[in-house]
Design a protein around this ligand. Structure first.
Ligand code: NAD
Length: 497
């Protein structure tokens, strides 16, 4: 692997890890796919092949499910007591802390994200293991008032074998949002990272092995949606799929679940989130965060404020502020820790450029950006942060998720007008509201269609706060106590005198 001199010098563990091809992690061991099929892993900052991963076939999925089921029945889901699960989750968090730099570098190489942003992801992942290690010993039911002749109670039980399917934009963090609660509740897991960004999940598998998790408690299967993801969602002996990704694939997962064994499904899907700024907002606060609420992770984040609504009195001032900031952002390889890294792939870059062209054709005004950013090497999938102004709510760049550094902005006058515009979307994942008027903040946060609302802040996450979308942005809340409900079944038991 050739490194650019501006990039961080890689840890020797990172170099060793990315210098070899990778197998599937099934039953606590590394094994080759039974079809021997491989997929090349590309660094999106320079288009070089890093290494290769295996493509898990339906036969490999079958091996992993059998291993997970065995483990569920023999150890993790039945014989282990909650404190033993808790200890292993804490051990894993310690090992991740030890190898934090390695995980950050792997994530940056594989996904393209700036190192300091990868640090946030890895620390968030560690904090989720710490948080759910606490939960493992505190999963309780209720006792219920059914009269003198009976006692009724509920218990929360693990589902069994769960399939965890993950996207490429926050590979390690989203995998752990699922793994940590699923394991704490006593489930055995089949984790499928996205085919573009599987390396951090594979490194995590090594740490899971080192921590001493029983074989089969976590299996990591790499490969694309077809055949690997589909074989997981079609499987007759998987009890649940927890999926994060696009709305289109989320619908396919529900179809597979319905047509196979009616497995339980939870979905975290696409977004097109409104970020609403009123004239009376604390403008210093808005100005310090607007660039990140618009373009964090090169716009490849489901919650970003990709629809920007600004009240007339502060519109011009904020747009010109955003333009100045956007034009001074550094863009480059994640390993040189710029403000923005590349997009994940050529295909994603072409999709985003297609939306930019569509925006121009549909009458929106390009305020800044809109082009590919050429690096000295002539390689990599870099785009300029881009802003359009528009009037017609029905155009594609306002209605569809672009998943790149493209924001559509418009002006509004009244609260009712902006609520109507903001809710005119099939998505309802997140929303930002900026105002100094508490009554206005309360009214609008209740009226807005969104699973997550941030008032005078944006993109705030914590292991204890549930997260998830409404409408076509998803079903079921992850993180916090809600994830315990997601990864357990509630059984009611009656005792009669
Ligand atoms: P994607 O839907 O293309 O892929 C997601 C995962 O599903 C990948 O692992 C992929 O291999 C797998 N997959 C694809 N087809 C499948 C099939 N038929 N059966 C089973 N699995 C299949 O999404 P992506 O391009 O990786 O990620 C971007 C999308 O993810 C965006 O829409 C974004 O909004 C969404 N996302 C949502 C959240 C959230 O929390 N709501 C968070 C991050 C990303």
């Amino acid at each position: 692997m050739i490194q650019n001199p501006k990039e961080a010098v890689l840890h020797s563990k990172t170099v060793d890890f990315v210098s070899k091809d990778h197998q599937l992690f099934i039953d606590g061991m590394w094994s080759e796919s039974n079809t021997n099929q491989k997929l090349q892993v590309e660094n999106p900052a320079n288009e070089e092949v890093i290494c290769a991963i295996s493509v898990a076939s339906p036969g490999d999925v079958e091996r992993a499910v059998q291993s997970a089921r065995r483990c569920f029945k023999s150890t993790w889901g039945s014989k282990f007591n909650p404190a033993e699960r808790s200890k292993l989750l804490l051990k894993l968090a310690d090992l991740m802390e030890r190898d934090k730099q390695v995980l950050m570098e792997i994530e940056s190489l594989d996904n393209g994200k700036p190192l300091s942003k990868a640090q946030y992801d890895v620390e968030s992942a560690i904090n989720h293991f710490l948080y759910y290690a606490g939960w493992a010993t505190k999963i309780t039911g209720d006792t219920l008032p059914v009269g003198n002749q009976h006692i009724a109670l509920t218990v929360r039980e693990p589902l069994g074998v769960v399939g965890l399917i993950v996207p490429w934009n926050f590979p390690l963090m989203i995998a752990v949002w699922k793994l940590a609660p699923a394991l704490a509740c006593g489930n055995c897991c089949i984790l499928k990272p996205a085919e573009q960004t599987s390396l951090s999940a594979l490194y995590l598998a090594d740490l899971i092995h080192e921590a001493g998790f029983p074989p089969g408690s976590v299996n990591v299967l790499t490969g694309p949606g077809l055949p690997t993801g589909q074989a997981i969602s079609d499987h007759q002996d998987i009890d649940k799929i927890s999926f994060t990704g696009s709305t289109a694939v989320g619908k396919k997962i529900m179809q597979s679940a319905a047509q196979s064994n009616l497995k339980n499904v939870s979905l975290e899907l696409g977004g097109k989130s409104p970020n609403i700024i009123f004239d009376d907002a604390d403008l210093a606060k808005v100005k310090s965060s607007l660039i990140w609420t618009s373009f964090y992770n090169s716009g490849q984040e489901c919650t970003l404020g990709s629809r920007l609504y600004i009240q007339r009195g502060v519109y011009e001032e904020l747009i010109s502020h955003l333009q100045k900031e956007a034009e001074s952002l550094s863009i480059g390889s994640g390993l040189s820790d710029p403000d923005l890294g590349p997009l994940i792939s050529r295909a994603q870059m072409e999709t985003v450029l297609g939306y930019i062209e569509d925006g121009k054709q549909s009458g929106a005004r390009l305020v800044f950006g809109g082009r590919k950013r050429q690096m000295e090497s002539g390689r990599g999938y870099f785009l300029e942060p881009t802003l359009f102004e528009y009037e017609d709510d029905s155009i594609k760049i306002v209605q569809e998720e672009i998943f790149g550094p493209v924001v559509a902005a418009t002006v509004f006058d009244t609260l009712d007008e902006v609520v109507e515009k903001a809710n005119n979307s099939k998505y309802a994942l997140a929303a930002g509201i900026w105002t100094s008027d508490i009554s206005k903040a309360i009214r609008i946060s209740k009226q807005i269609d969104a699973g997550n609302v941030w008032v005078n802040g944006y993109d705030l996450f914590d292991p204890c706060v549930p997260f998830g979308g409404f409408k076509q942005s998803g079903m079921g809340k992850e993180i916090g106590k809600s994830a315990i409900e997601l990864y357990t079944l509630e059984k009611s038991i009656w005792f009669s005198a």
